[in-house]
Design a protein around this ligand. Structure first.
Ligand code: HEC
Ligand code: HEC
Ligand code: HEC
Ligand code: HEC
Ligand code: HEC
Ligand code: HEC
Ligand code: HEC
Ligand code: HEC
Ligand code: HEC
Ligand code: HEC
Ligand code: HEC
Length: 514
């Protein structure tokens, strides 16, 4: 590039300004006092004197000198100013008194110079030096045009005879996507998101950024106005914009560069679906090891939209969380709320092959005892039309014989007032088991009008368990046998005392046919 600003910038950084024309390599100039440099002297010094101990799989003192970057890593420069000083040197270093002054100068006043030329400052290869070539490029608005003048348009060496591509080996050389920042950078919470360490859900860069196809794309480093961007641009992708049906998001996803926190990002849940139980609905990008991605960070356990005791997620989200509480990462924050077996029907969570209703249900629903036909759900429950209807899953426990006007089930026929003792799994006062106003007075012995839900079979249910056989009243003689009932209750029982299939038994009214 021919921009003179560029030359000035570069030359300003170089120690010497004797170049006649930017873009031409000059012979190396050795001014006095000259700094020893890695390239000219020190690489050789280290290799000849030190590499014997300071190389290989376990270099002495953990210090390797086989490359410039290794030799100057960490606090090595500071140590190198004294390590060979005969007055203080440790045993392995005592024989190097003749090198002590040069080593100390190089590491000290010469700041571990890499080259000693009029073209570049010594710190050109030291990543922590302000004169580092990468830092110079950044300071110059990320233009490499000036470099190509000497190092070749293809970065292959040019007049400088030093190829950028000797170090920057990825296709594209220094313009490769990997040169200026990692893919992803190690900054902030990048690794947690892109590697998906915590939740195993790797996200592409496009979920949070507009990804350039070339490093020179407008909007990547340089804006349309030619200015270098002041800060990285966060452009949220499709996932962050999602919503949960039935919940109102308060705004589009956004990133607050001042605080580093995200807002209204679907993945972090709570903020989007208004869950006041979420511990960290606005996660901070700059807390890469924070608690933002802990269970409960994005939504409560359970969310505030749920009954407080809906803590067993598996009950209703069986595909996402298995019975042992383990998360299935394929189903989790996949953009839809996964309910039950995913069938979208009323049997998604209960009454399917994998999750049959509890066994006592079968006694009532399949009617194996032939006391009457099968009972519908509505005889004991209010049946919701939609999964979110009041009284369904917002109660945290099954609602049996609800005391609401909507409930007109058989259990309440004939003014019965049934109750469900959830602690003991026992019913009392149900119409069917003798709680109707016509039956309550019946004191014939041997009755069991408070059956326990979980105890099946004839131990609880027999002729005489719900009403006497016969009942204890004027109408009935104590001597009546079951075969006599037919005489007056012919639509209910046959002549042998068997309940008639499809007959009038337990239908809500006392049926007498004389
Ligand atoms: C005979 C083997 C040997 C040779 C040769 C040797 N060193 Fe060492 N060096 C060691 C050992 C062992 C240690 C660690 C213990 C110590 O400091 O004495 C060490 C430690 C160091 C350390 C400190 C590393 C640290 O991070 O603590 C520096 C710097 C160092 N050497 C520089 C040099 C230089 C420069 C040379 C060549 C002029 C050199 N050494 C030659 C064996 C050697
Ligand atoms: C005026 C010509 C010229 C320009 C412009 C120039 N360089 Fe150099 N560069 C050289 C020469 C010559 C060397 C070799 C110096 C030596 O070995 O003594 C060199 C060496 C380097 C080295 C050290 C690599 C090595 O192994 O020696 C790096 C890194 C480097 N240049 C980067 C850059 C960057 C980045 C730019 C643009 C900001 C740039 N150079 C611009 C001429 C130039
Ligand atoms: C001797 C090896 C070497 C040569 C030659 C070299 N580089 Fe580099 N370059 C590096 C290293 C090492 C880094 C730092 C990588 C890191 O920080 O992980 C780097 C970083 C960079 C960066 C990234 C700056 C940043 O802050 O993100 C750019 C751009 C770059 N070099 C351009 C060039 C150009 C242009 C040339 C040739 C003119 C060149 N490099 C020659 C070794 C070299
Ligand atoms: C989950 C969202 C997210 C994803 C995915 C993501 N980034 Fe970022 N990135 C950010 C945020 C937020 C910042 C701003 C950091 C700040 O201001 O502290 C940022 C900043 C950056 C920066 C500026 C320098 C820095 O380190 O902060 C670069 C470069 C970058 N991202 C590259 C990438 C690349 C490349 C990928 C894909 C491999 C990627 N990002 C994936 C959210 C993301
Ligand atoms: C010359 C250095 C350089 C090269 C090469 C480079 N980037 Fe960047 N990239 C940057 C800098 C600097 C930023 C931060 C910009 C800011 O702070 O505004 C950045 C930011 C990003 C971001 C974050 C979004 C943004 O625009 O701020 C993404 C994503 C990204 N780069 C991807 C890529 C991809 C993909 C490539 C290869 C096609 C690439 N980069 C090559 C320097 C580079
Ligand atoms: C009793 C059934 C039930 C239980 C138990 C249950 N959920 Fe839900 N959950 C639902 C239903 C139904 C929806 C969908 C609500 C809608 O579509 O409006 C839902 C939706 C969600 C949503 C989406 C956001 C929202 O508030 O609608 C999240 C997140 C969620 N559940 C997490 C959990 C977690 C975590 C647990 C366990 C701690 C859990 N749920 C236990 C029934 C349940
Ligand atoms: C990074 C944020 C985040 C974290 C951390 C998180 N979740 Fe979620 N979770 C979501 C989002 C967003 C949804 C919304 C529904 C969807 O997209 O699947 C969700 C939905 C759910 C659901 C509802 C069923 C479903 O798949 O839709 C359950 C259950 C659930 N999460 C359990 C957990 C459990 C258990 C943990 C801890 C191991 C956890 N979540 C941690 C974001 C998170
Ligand atoms: C004879 C009364 C009765 C009928 C009829 C009945 N249930 Fe129930 N149901 C109960 C009782 C009692 C419980 C409480 C069980 C417990 O707490 O263990 C219950 C519990 C439930 C539960 C909680 C999970 C379980 O299996 O215990 C569901 C779901 C349920 N019923 C659905 C239904 C559906 C759907 C129907 C119709 C297909 C139905 N019930 C018919 C009495 C009945
Ligand atoms: C997301 C899972 C899920 C879906 C889908 C679902 N249920 Fe339920 N249902 C439950 C749970 C869990 C219970 C019992 C525990 C409770 O009340 O929290 C229950 C209880 C019931 C009961 C017993 C009475 C009650 O309300 O407690 C009936 C009846 C019932 N469901 C019918 C239905 C019908 C009809 C549908 C379709 C409209 C349906 N269910 C869809 C999870 C679900
Ligand atoms: C002689 C006719 C007659 C015979 C035989 C008879 N019942 Fe009844 N039963 C009635 C009449 C009449 C009523 C209605 C009484 C009322 O409304 O107070 C009745 C009512 C009932 C009731 C309702 C509760 C009550 O006491 O009102 C039951 C239960 C019942 N009978 C069971 C039986 C059984 C079991 C047998 C056989 C062991 C039987 N009955 C034999 C005439 C008879
Ligand atoms: C689960 C409780 C229960 C059991 C067990 C039971 N009954 Fe009943 N029975 C009732 C109820 C409740 C009525 C009240 C009237 C009605 O709704 O049919 C009734 C009424 C009758 C009647 C009066 C006619 C009628 O339909 O109203 C006869 C007869 C009768 N039962 C015979 C029997 C015989 C025979 C057996 C044994 C095979 C038996 N019952 C077992 C609950 C029971």
């Amino acid at each position: 590039m021919t921009d003179p600003t560029w030359c000035r910038r570069l030359l300003g950084l170089a120690a010497l300004a004797a170049l006649s024309a930017c873009g031409e390599a000059r012979p190396v100039e050795y001014a006095a006092p000259i700094c020893p440099s890695w390239k000219q002297q020190m690489a050789q010094v280290f290799s000849a004197n030190c590499a014997g101990c300071h190389s290989g799989a376990s270099p002495a003192g953990g210090y390797d000198v086989t490359s410039y970057l290794n030799a100057i890593a960490g606090d090595a420069p500071q140590k190198l100013t004294t390590v060979l000083d005969p007055a203080t040197a440790t045993a392995p270093h005592r024989g190097f008194a003749d090198l002590a002054a040069q080593m100390s100068t190089w590491a000290g006043t010469c700041k571990v110079a890499y080259v000693s030329t009029s073209v570049h400052p010594g710190g050109i290869m030291n990543p922590v030096d302000p004169q580092f070539h990468g830092a110079q490029i950044a300071a110059a608005g990320w233009s490499m045009d000036a470099c190509t003048k000497c190092h070749g348009a293809d970065f292959g060496g040019g007049n400088a005879k030093v190829a950028c591509t000797s170090c920057h080996k990825d296709p594209g050389g220094p313009t490769a996507c990997t040169t200026c920042h990692g893919q992803p950078p190690a900054s902030g919470a990048h690794l947690a998101h892109v590697a998906g360490a915590t939740l195993g859900k790797p996200l592409g860069c496009a979920e949070c950024h507009k990804v350039p196809s070339s490093w020179t794309d407008v909007g990547h480093i340089v804006n349309a106005d030619g200015q270098v961007q002041a800060a990285p641009v966060i452009t949220f992708g499709a996932t962050a914009q999602l919503s949960v049906p039935g919940t109102a998001r308060s705004g589009p996803p956004s990133f607050d560069a001042a605080t580093g926190s995200c807002q209204n990002v679907y993945c972090h849940g709570g903020d989007v679906f208004g869950d006041s139980h979420a511990a960290a609905p606005r996660p901070n990008w700059r807390h890469p090891t924070g608690t933002e991605a802990d269970c409960g960070g994005c939504h409560g356990r359970p969310p505030s939209t749920h009954a407080a005791n809906a803590t067993d997620c598996n009950q209703c989200h069986q595909q996402t969380v298995d019975a042992s509480g383990k998360l299935d990462r394929a189903k989790h924050f996949n953009g839809t709320v996964d309910l039950g077996d995913g069938s979208g029907t009323c049997t998604a969570c209960h009454g399917n092959a994998g999750r049959p209703l509890s066994a006592p249900h079968q006694s009532h629903l399949a009617a194996p005892h032939h006391l009457r036909g099968p009972l519908p759900c509505t005889d004991c429950h209010v049946v919701p039309t939609n999964v979110n209807d009041p009284g369904h899953i917002d109660t945290g426990a099954p609602v049996v014989f609800p005391n609401v006007p909507a409930f007109t089930g058989l259990a309440r026929a004939d003014s019965a007032t049934p109750t469900w003792d959830a602690a003991n799994l026992r019913c009392s006062g149900t119409y069917c088991h003798g709680g109707g106003s016509h039956l309550v007075f019946d004191t014939a012995p041997g009755q069991n009008r408070q059956p326990t839900w979980t105890v099946g079979g004839p131990a609880q249910v027999y002729c005489g368990s719900c009403h006497g056989a016969p009942p204890s009243d004027f109408t009935h003689l104590g001597t009546f046998q079951l075969s006599d009932c037919h005489t007056c209750h012919s639509t209910t029982v046959d002549a042998f005392g068997n309940v008639l299939a499809g007959g009038a038994h337990i239908n809500g009214s006392v049926d007498v046919v004389q």
